[in-house]
Write a protein that binds this ligand. Structure first.
Ligand code: SAM
Length: 247
């Protein structure tokens, strides 16, 4: 069955948005994945079609109602699909979780707005809270798009070459090595000589060393997750095996 994302949002007109362009957009048009954006407001029951109310206990802003959102979730088919809610309080999204989601049937994704969502619907419907970073967006739609885009590029047939995803940042628990292309010299900066040597083994070793150095310098948290035998000072220069650790 085709992988599909179902998004519950107050702004369905935001979709497909950037997901309708370039790689994801071509794959969408080709039927390699599916996207359905549903309006949460369609599940409102009063004549004003209200979806939110003031926070219990007081405070600023409005909160999405549990009953309206539960009805919207229950109207979506596919009980076996992962049910996510985009939230700055959620577990940070990783490439490992993206790969799991891409390998499944495709998620249902709830997009919050206002101050957030009534906790009871998160608990009652077992929603997995997912964050895309330690900052606050005004709504979950852009976060959902980021998650969907990351999944779609891993779907079979979407990317041209398999290597494109297996060598890039996070796939081997490392950041990616630097990339270069023509011209050979840009503002007195030549392409590193090894990359034009034609020696594939040397190129691979250089890339591995660069990836390790970048990861150590920029993401000590990721580096620390690598297996103990390759993080010790004695073995730092050794060529390391790839692993599936991700952060
Ligand atoms: N009051 C909430 C808090 O402090 O945690 C923030 C609510 S935010 C203004 C509205 C919605 O944007 C959230 O319910 C969530 O769906 C989405 N959102 C904001 N930042 C996000 C992030 N970093 N990752 C994922 N979703 C986010």
């Amino acid at each position: 069955m085709t992988w599909r994302a179902t998004v519950l949002t107050l702004f369905p007109e935001m979709f497909p948005g950037p997901l309708g362009i370039s790689l994801a957009g071509r794959a969408l048009a080709a039927g390699l994945w599916g996207l359905e954006a549903r309006d949460i407001r369609d599940s409102a029951t009063d004549r004003h079609r209200s979806v939110d109310d003031t926070p219990a206990g007081g405070g600023p802003g409005m909160v999405l109602r549990a009953d309206v959102l539960a009805a919207a979730i229950d109207a979506v088919d596919g009980a076996d699909r992962p049910r996510l809610v985009m939230s700055p309080r959620g577990r940070p999204l990783t490439q490992a979780r993206v790969a799991e989601l891409a390998a499944g049937p495709g998620p249902l994704i709830v997009c919050g707005r206002f101050e957030g969502i009534d906790q009871r619907v998160i608990d009652a419907r077992g929603l997995e809270e997912v964050s895309i970073g330690d900052y606050v967006l005004s709504g979950g739609e852009i976060a959902a798009m980021a998650l969907i885009d990351a999944c779609v590029r891993l779907l079979p047939g979407v990317m041209g070459r398999l290597e494109s995803s297996t060598e890039e940042s996070f796939s081997a628990g490392l950041l990616e090595y630097p990339q270069y292309t023509r011209p050979q010299i840009f503002e007195d900066r030549p392409i590193p000589e090894v990359l034009t040597s034609g020696d594939h083994a040397k190129v691979a070793a250089w890339r591995q060393a660069e990836a390790e150095a970048l990861t150590r310098a920029r993401r000590p948290d990721l580096w620390a997750l690598r297996p103990a035998q390759i993080t010790g000072p004695k073995s730092e220069s050794r060529k390391t095996p790839k692993n599936k650790t991700d952060g």
